[in-house]
Design a protein around this ligand. Sequence first.
Ligand code: SAH
Length: 456
Amino acid sequence: MEAPVAKNEYYDVIFEDLTHDGAGVAKIDGFPIFVPNGLPGEKAKVKVVKVKKGYGFGRLIELYEQSEDRIDAPCSIYKQCGGCQLQHIRYEGQLKAKHKHVKEVLARIGKIEHATVHPVLGMNDPWRYRNKAQVPVGEREGGLVAGFYKERSHDIIDMDACLIQQEMNDIVVQTVKQICEQYNIPAYNEQTHKGVLRHIMARYGATTKEVMVVLITRTEELPHKKKIVEAIVQRVPNVKSIVQNINPKRTNVIMGEHTRVLWGSEYMYDYIGDIRFAISARSFYQVNPEQTKVLYEKALEYAELTGKETVIDAYCGIGTISLFLAKNARKVYGVEIVPEAIADAKRNAELNGITNVEFAVGEAEVIIPKWYEQGVRADCIVVDPPRKGCDESLLQTMIIMKPERIVYVSCNPATLARDLRILEDGGYKTIEVQPVDMFPHTMHVECVSQIVLREN
Ligand code: SAH
């Protein structure tokens, strides 16, 4: 169809919908235009800035009528920073939008309309929740900048506070930046692939108050290493671990393969519920500890364990879900691709005196078929894959293994919907989906789903 709009022209519109990443959707003669910052119900003047085949993009020029859900974003760099997308929407409005998004994606991609999608479980205080900051470092005249990338770019915005970070992480990043500046550590430059310091990472144990500092460098060598470490120990409260991670590659991936301890322990500790976890620099650990407990409790409820079951926890990380389930199961098998995470998982089992768990390093899609060949039969399989979802061969193995129940923890509704469709076609039925708001003010939403074997 010929686009009924033209680039650089102005139009009066009413926003009808919101995309998952917080843009308003308006239709001009049926032609959808995506406009950042527009909210459903609002009347506005927009300028069309790009026209594609079936849709276009616009810029908000003037608001004639405001939505009740609109608020002033509390963060002063919200407009430039790409980290949050929904701060201009009242928290209740964010939760409603996420619920709608999950429902729509399940129906559109997975053709799943029979399952109950519960309202999103939100936080009482949705600020200062992140326990991990990974902040890129750059240079400006006379010093270092540390902050987030501007949306859709690699320009670093210098930042002294991030309202979704634990305050301690702000303090750690600022302090480490100042110390490195004092010792003239050159920041890594993406264009020239020169310089030293790429990222500063801070991890904070919300329960234990322990701090881990990771300096991610391009080079093995970190000039003035001893002095820098001394200064960090002196100035960062409760620091337990200072680690250097070396990433010599030209890549967007933050961490490299090689990690060495500069001071203190190789890991830090935190609790989820009453289980204590050792976490090392490269291991995945959920970033919102308060909501993680909510999520895992739901996973435990959906697993419906009685104490007699064999459970597989695929994509187990440092064994968090495995250990959470172990007290109610006969035996739990965990599998994870990062060797350090499995080392942590084994240590964590020991630390908590849990003996009915077994962990393996490898790809879930390779290890689980092997277990199956060896005669392992799971009554319940929990999966918690990264954004790209489960490997199709893993889903096929699950369909062959026929566990009574599958609990699917997902950080991406689109791949969840795709994978649920494969399981449904293989004899399973999705019963319930519980979205949990692990990432307030961002477009991300986590879901935990219960899927059961159909009887026949
Ligand atoms: N369940 C854990 C971790 C979830 S994050 C928790 O709640 O903390 C997903 C994990 O999957 C990461 O630790 C990642 O390293 C791991 N992973 C990615 N691809 C994998 C694969 N093919 N097989 C097994 N683990 C994988």
